[in-house]
Write a protein that binds this ligand. Structure first.
Ligand SMILES: Cc1cc2nc3c(=O)[nH]c(=O)nc-3n(C[C@H](O)[C@H](O)[C@H](O)COP(=O)(O)O)c2cc1C
Length: 353
């Protein structure tokens, strides 16, 4: 088993071994939920935890400069908020100046974070234009300076990146370069920046990545990301590529909120709608504390819970017309009543107030 230099990540590896044994695997990989902007905030992380969450969570990415900038400081409070009931997530940062990472990491440490992840893969034009995210794949020196600066606060500093910016074969230089930075964890989204998410993830390079890791940085954990839907798929990938230590799942959670559960099972409609109700309640608490969020942002989650049952599309359409959580709850109550009645009749009608 890999001996990690970071106590934080060593504990993650050790704790993963407490899960039930997996046939065909000597070491059980850890599973993480991918950082996702406007998705993986404290509210959603708690909902995923209630559905049988991953071993580790990542926050949405936060601009390193904004954490300590006098004007932006306040607006990032919600973004970095962690509820007492949560496992402390890994804070993900993006930016392009070493000095900002250094200051941000000291600030995160004060907030109780133990681990920080540097975004070196975001393809968004605004991020790249500002020299952050995947643009760092084109600026090795800057990437190194940032890692060195981020480490100063003593947190566990990991990197999440892509195979390259435009060309896939960039990874033959880029990945060794990052591995030489002595990071406890390297997460690779198996695509280039240019490919965005438009082509299937290049799993064909996983074995080469393992080889590079083993040669250059045997103490660095390798986590694979891209197109892995749930724990079952992740375990199968690790069976095919022993040497992968962790699996990161992003969009899979949109298809199945129970994507991380250890023993997959069928879930009732009641269970999924209970998760939606939980999200509504936590959203209300969160906005009361940190100020209003666009309700539109919350609406994007509805389809996670309202799918795969008769009348799901009717309910979804009706939910899309709501403008606040009270209306959503009313609609769900109405649906519950009709769903019960439906057992005795054939039809169900959802109306929006
Ligand atoms: C809505 C959304 C927001 C994302 N935000 C971030 C982010 O803040 N930081 C990051 O490193 N990646 C971000 N990503 C990329 C994911 O972390 C992940 O690398 C990508 O979705 C591929 O994994 P998947 O196929 O499991 O979804 C985002 C992806 C999505 C769909």
């Amino acid at each position: 088993m890999v001996q990690v230099k970071s106590p934080y990540w060593q504990k993650v590896v050790d704790d993963a071994q407490k899960h039930p044994a997996v046939p065909g695997l000597e070491t059980i990989p850890f599973f993480t939920m991918a950082p996702m902007e406007a998705v993986t905030d404290s509210v959603f992380r708690r909902v995923v935890a209630a559905a049988g969450g991953p071993d580790v969570y990542f926050t949405e990415f936060t601009n390193a400069r904004s954490i300590t900038h006098p004007k932006a400081k306040f607006t990032v409070q919600g973004r970095l908020h962690v509820d007492k009931s949560e496992k402390m997530p890994v804070a993900q940062l993006w930016g392009d100046r070493a000095i900002d990472f250094e200051a941000a990491c000291f600030d995160l440490k004060e907030r109780g974070y133990e681990a920080v992840d540097i975004n070196m893969g975001c393809p968004a034009a605004t991020v790249v234009k500002n020299g952050g995210g995947s643009d760092l794949i084109r600026h090795f020196d800057k990437a190194e300076e940032i890692i060195v600066a981020a480490k100063k606060a003593g947190l566990a500093v990991s990197v999440k990146t892509r195979l390259g910016f435009n060309q896939i074969d960039t990874f033959e230089e880029w990945i060794p370069f990052i591995l030489k930075q002595d990071v406890p964890l390297l997460t690779v989204h198996m695509r280039t920046r240019k490919e965005m998410s438009k082509v299937p993830a290049h799993f064909e390079y996983i074995d080469r990545l393992i080889q590079l890791r083993d040669e250059i940085a045997p103490n660095t954990l390798l986590q694979i990301n891209g197109d892995i839907k749930d724990r079952t798929e992740g375990l199968e990938l690790v069976r095919q590529h022993p040497g992968v230590n962790g699996i990161m799942i992003g969009r899979g959670i949109f298809e199945n909120p129970f994507a991380f559960e250890i023993t997959p099972k069928e879930h009732t409609l009641d269970e999924t709608l209970t998760l939606l109700r939980m999200q509504l309640d936590l959203y209300d608490q969160f906005t009361a504390e940190f100020g209003p969020m666009h309700f539109q942002k919350l609406k994007r989650f509805f389809k996670i819970y309202v799918r795969h049952f008769s009348y799901a599309s009717d309910l979804r359409v009706a939910l899309m017309d709501t403008t606040n959580t009270t209306q959503v709850r009313e609609l769900l109550d109405q649906f519950d009543e009709q769903w019960a009645a439906q057992k005795a009749s054939d039809t169900i009608a959802i109306t929006t107030k």
